[in-house]
Design a protein around this ligand. Sequence first.
Ligand SMILES: Cc1cc2nc3c(=O)[nH]c(=O)nc-3n(C[C@H](O)[C@H](O)[C@H](O)COP(=O)(O)OP(=O)(O)OC[C@H]3O[C@@H](n4cnc5c(N)ncnc54)[C@H](O)[C@@H]3O)c2cc1C
Ligand code: SF4
Length: 184
Amino acid sequence: MANMSNIKNPMPTLDAALRARCFDEVATGYSEETALNEAARCLNCKNPLCVEGCPVKIHIPRFIQKVKEGDFEGAYQIISQSSSLPAVCGRVCPQESQCESKCVRGIKGEPVGIGRLERFVADWHNTYCTESPARPEPNGHKVAVVGSGPSGLTCAGDLAKLGYSVTVFEALHTAGGVLVYGIP
Ligand SMILES: Cc1cc2nc3c(=O)[nH]c(=O)nc-3n(C[C@H](O)[C@H](O)[C@H](O)COP(=O)(O)OP(=O)(O)OC[C@H]3O[C@@H](n4cnc5c(N)ncnc54)[C@H](O)[C@@H]3O)c2cc1C
Ligand code: SF4
């Protein structure tokens, strides 16, 4: 049954006394129980306007449906068809002006916490999934990707899935671009 609460499940945060003494993330992420409760707010719309608001057109109601069923890995597989960096996007995408700004639940209350659910699913996958992705047949072509920011990593990942042998070049000491040296 749908959860008709007009309020998004709040994002749990690290205790103020603790965060005054460390650099850990302030937002600690949904638990499984909270994710199930938030997913139940989604109406699985026939015409899901949330998808129109997503720049990479993640099939949002389908991944949320998997969360409702408790199939978190299934939810991850749906997101990863359209996005290579869901743990990042779940944290830093401006959902309030993208997918969530179009969600019908936002008309009479707060929209579904799509970003918080995306983050939950990606973190669940990163914690519990130990299987490496299937390696495609090499297609015999080599590609150099210059720069390891989100664009370079996405490009490298998509090409590797198509069988290209990809080498990523990075000028700085660690991979990630602005995700490493800017946003944090
Ligand atoms: C302070 C800050 C906060 C931000 N916050 C957000 C946010 O909250 N949400 C959001 O969606 N976006 C945010 N952004 C924007 C987001 O970070 C960028 O849109 C994104 O990082 C661009 O990705 P990119 O891969 O194109 O470039 P970059 O992340 O800049 O990566 C480019 C990489 O290429 C490397 N490189 C460049 N030239 C060479 C070379 N010749 N050889 C080898 N390596 C090279 C660089 O060292 C770098 O690592 C923020 C940006 C900044 C600066
Ligand atoms: S618009 Fe909102 S309620 Fe409808 S499918 Fe998208 S997230 Fe669910």
